[in-house]
Ligand binder design. Structure first.
Ligand SMILES: *[C@@H]1O[C@H](CO)[C@@H](O)[C@H](O)[C@H]1NC(C)=O
Ligand SMILES: *[C@@H]1O[C@H](CO)[C@@H](O)[C@H](O)[C@H]1NC(C)=O
Ligand SMILES: *[C@@H]1O[C@H](CO)[C@@H](O)[C@H](O)[C@H]1NC(C)=O
Ligand SMILES: CC(=O)N[C@H]1CO[C@H](CO)[C@@H](O)[C@@H]1O
Length: 458
């Protein structure tokens, strides 16, 4: 038998080898596709395309190079509240200024410039307001506005906030049922749009996706923190809001009314409603969806090249300043990553490695017996020699290290400082990571290649 095979092989090798090879590749294919899923890595690298071409004229309208055509596919929704007039104005003049088809929902109808703000609570069934003390401030400010009074900020207003989430999602789908993605932000949330478009490009909108920054809710469920912004795909929307046989859709705000009344967080109830009606869990993408304040934003080795999408709790001045910086920074086709922000927050390091009367938010005190506590100089040189230390602070004879870089904030010379308060950064190690402050280097280009986060299903 074997001899026969060998004989045939020597005469007409292809006739024999071809089926064997075919069988081999078929088996290989089977074994590949049957392989168990590898536990997914936290980071991955991929080429993404920049959505912002260089600006044609310096200092021209910031919206000139905004990829407006993307907005047909990506519906942005801004959630705000009555009494948030200053923040709304700032957001509409900066971050959302180029969003031509923006949907703005609030607990109060009004016009800001040429933008129409929708009273989204007016769309709720009357049953929401019956015996519901949370709606008292709503009734009050409706009355006030009917009488032509200006609505002031009221602490009771935040109780209304949770009622906006479900009708806001209903509304977005109703207004733009053809969008591929639905993106929800709040008036104190800064969004880097280029990061958003690059992120969405990597996912299939026909699949159910619910993406954001995770917070643990009840019964082992997670929800996307509203203060970091969140994203729903059209694939999810279709399952979430299926058409009724009689026409229209069965609204979330009708189906889950009781849940909203019983829970304190609207963003949590939305997550529970999504899970309950579609079985879809949150895809956690922290810290790309960061939800952190600018001064607490942590830049460390792990995050150095992670794309940054959102920052939370910006006041109107910060909103404007960050927007101006982002829209005028030198053109760079790479994604904006955590360390890109150093050109904005830490440009002062070109003048020297330390700063007085500045709180760097370093937290770990150096052990007591170390000479680092002698003075700021020793604290700084010990930090530079410590392999983990990226920044230090020295005040009241205590030296503190941190293995991250934070913006921090100024310390009042009279009140907070109590004498000396100095912070410094380990420029040697920061240079190794990519932040170089010498004459020739570009502090705007800190990372070779972005490391994207693999969504973690929670
Ligand atoms: C409102 O609450 C009161 C007291 O809790 C109750 O007696 C009344 O029946 C409630 N009304 C409605 C319409 O649910
Ligand atoms: C959805 O919630 C309802 C009401 O609590 C419950 O009866 C139902 O079993 C839930 N469905 C799923 C799939 O979790
Ligand atoms: C980097 O950006 C800053 C402003 O953010 C600018 O002052 C600086 O000249 C830029 N270029 C280089 C090469 O650092
Ligand atoms: C000098 C110093 O480290 N200052 C502050 C840094 O931040 C921490 C946490 O906010 C404060 O406790 C320190 O006083």
């Amino acid at each position: 038998m074997l001899r026969l095979i060998l004989l045939r092989l020597s005469r007409r090798p292809w006739k024999f080898l071809f089926p064997v090879l075919l069988l081999f590749f078929f088996a290989l294919h089977l074994s590949r596709s049957r392989q168990p899923q590898q536990p997914s890595a936290v980071y991955y690298k991929t080429k993404t395309k920049s959505y912002f071409p260089p600006q044609k004229h310096k200092g021209s309208n910031f919206c000139d190079n905004f990829p407006t055509d993307q907005l047909q596919d990506v519906q942005i929704v801004l959630k705000t509240g009555a009494g948030d007039a200053e923040r709304n104005k700032a957001h509409l003049a900066t971050v959302s200024s180029c969003i031509t088809n923006l949907i703005i929902v609030s607990d109060h109808e009004e016009k800001v410039g040429d933008r129409q703000i929708i009273d989204i609570l007016a769309e709720l069934p009357a049953s929401y307001t019956i015996n519901n003390t949370d709606f008292q401030s709503y009734a009050e400010h409706r009355k006030a506005s009917a009488e032509g009074e200006k609505i002031k900020y009221s602490a009771a207003g935040w109780k209304l906030d949770r009622f906006k989430f479900l009708p806001m999602v209903d509304k977005a789908y109703e207004v733009n049922p053809k969008a591929k993605w639905y993106v929800f932000v709040e008036s104190d949330v800064y969004f880097f749009w280029d990061t958003l478009f690059r992120l969405l490009d990597q996912h299939d909108h026909t699949e159910p996706h619910y993406m954001g920054s995770p917070v643990a809710g009840s019964n082992d469920r997670y929800f996307a923190y509203g203060g970091a912004g969140f994203v729903l795909s059209s694939g999810l929307m279709k399952r979430l809001l299926p058409p009724k046989p009689s026409g229209g859709v069965e609204k979330l705000s009708h189906r889950y009314e009781q849940w909203v009344k019983e829970d304190r967080c609207g963003d949590a109830v939305l997550a529970y409603a999504i899970l309950n009606s579609t079985g879809t869990r949150l895809e956690a993408l922290y810290p790309t969806f960061s939800g952190d304040e600018l001064k607490h934003l942590k830049i460390d080795r792990d995050r150095w090249c992670v794309p940054l999408l959102s920052v939370h709790r910006l006041n109107p001045e910060q909103m404007e300043s960050l927007w101006n910086w982002e829209r005028t920074r030198p053109y760079n086709p790479k994604p904006l990553v955590f360390s890109s922000l150093l050109a904005y927050t830490h440009g002062f390091l070109r003048d020297g490695p330390s700063r007085e009367f500045w709180d760097n938010l370093s937290e770990a005190p150096v052990p007591n017996d170390r000479p680092a506590h002698k003075n700021a100089g020793s604290c700084g040189s010990e930090c530079e020699n410590d392999p983990h230390c990226l920044q230090w602070s020295y005040s009241q004879t205590v030296c503190r290290f941190a293995n991250y870089i934070k913006l921090g904030n100024a310390v009042d010379r009279e009140n907070g400082g109590q004498g000396e308060f100095t912070c410094g950064w380990a420029l040697g190690k920061m240079a190794e990571l990519g932040f170089k402050v010498d004459e020739e280097s570009d502090i705007n280009d800190t990372c070779q290649e972005a490391t994207w986060l693999t969504p973690q299903v929670r």
